[in-house]
Design a protein around this ligand. Structure first.
Ligand code: MEV
Length: 333
């Protein structure tokens, strides 16, 4: 027998980057999931099979040994090693694990793929040892893995991936859960350009260091937009949601995290009838999101695709991390 755990990706509607300093951010779990299969080993290795990404290997005393693919790929897998080991340390077990990772969340484009993989890893490992950890504990342990990839993340990604649903998140004040039906008219546009969240967060920190007072007021404005954006979202007032998305995007451009391609998709979406459009996540490439009346959605999606980008409707999900025992051999490959 082995364990299968899954966790969702996310879309930040308001408050990326500002949430690193102070909140809130408004974030929604989306129906694209990371999947991790876990089984026990007799030794103390953490073996990670990411074969469908073209690499696999194992960690022994935190040193990566490649089995398939280039050795530097170990950097991509280090977060999983940390998440698995921190979980086993927390549970007081001395063991090794095999982890097999399969994800439907596009990587490094702002949809929370790395957090979802870390959350699913913790979810799988804690279930493997029948620990019954709370979601708070799972999220906290996944955050330790995230830190390896992202430096000083706010914690918003692992939180929404663990709990699912619609959340407002503040680093110190924590999370508030909100009810929303799953039919909100959001579209994601994916530039397909990968980027590093760590580097984008560092570039904003450097800008803040050079311009502290102005950056403080931009961050406060982003927080204000997120606060009002939450009210508009809960009222399903899509015109105001659109206005606030446009304002938020303007401020994200002001802090240097937009790109020509993102600008092009944002303006294309608006020209084709979107009520609002903005980049989502860390920027520097990755994804943008748009909101439109139902009758304009197809036009917006098609216009984004004409710009050599992917586009899909957002399906929200209330399902956070989940795990179950399955027969060995029943894992999707
Ligand atoms: C990453 O999905 C969002 C950022 O705000 C970074 C973070 O919150 O850690 C850019």
């Amino acid at each position: 027998m082995q364990v299968e755990a899954t966790a969702p990706g996310k879309m930040i509607l308001f408050g990326e980057h500002s949430v690193v300093y102070r909140g809130p951010a408004v974030v929604l779990a989306i129906d694209r999931r990371a999947r991790v299969y876990a089984s026990r080993r007799d030794d103390r290795k953490v073996y990670v099979d990411a074969d469908n990404l073209g690499f696999s290997g194992y960690f022994e005393d935190d040193v990566y040994h490649s089995v398939r693919g280039k050795a530097w790929r170990g950097r991509n897998l280090a977060a999983l090693n940390v998440a698995a080991k921190k979980t086993m340390d927390h549970l007081g077990v001395e063991s090794g694990v095999n982890l097999k990772v399969r994800s439907m969340i596009p990587i490094a484009v702002g949809l929370g793929s790395s957090a979802a993989i870390c959350v699913a890893t913790v979810g799988a490992v804690e279930r493997l040892f029948d620990a019954g950890l709370s979601k708070e504990e799972i999220s906290r342990l996944a955050f330790e893995g995230e830190t390896i990839i992202h430096g000083k993340p706010s914690g918003v990604d692992n939180t929404v991936s663990t709990f699912g649903g619609v959340l407002s998140y503040e680093r110190d004040a924590g999370i508030k859960h909100h009810k929303l039906d799953s039919s909100m008219p959001f579209i994601i546009g994916n530039t397909r350009k990968k980027r590093s969240t760590r580097k984008m967060v560092e570039s904003v920190a450097a800008l803040k260091e050079r311009n502290p007072a102005l950056m403080d007021s931009i961050i406060d404005s982003m927080g204000g937009i997120a606060g009002e954006g939450l009210d508009a979202l809960l009222a399903k007032d899509i015109r105001r949601i659109g206005d606030l998305m446009n304002m938020n995007h303007g401020l994200l451009s002001a802090i240097g995290v937009s790109t020509m391609k993102l600008e092009s998709l944002v303006h294309t979406a608006r020209q084709n009838g979107a009520l609002g459009a903005k980049l989502t996540g860390a920027g520097g490439g990755g994804c943008m999101i748009a909101v439109a009346e139902e009758e304009r959605m197809r036009a917006v999606e098609k216009a984004i695709r004409r710009r050599k980008s992917d586009s899909y409707r957002v399906q929200l999900t209330d399902r956070g991390v989940e795990s179950r025992w399955i027969e060995e051999g029943n894992a999707d490959s």
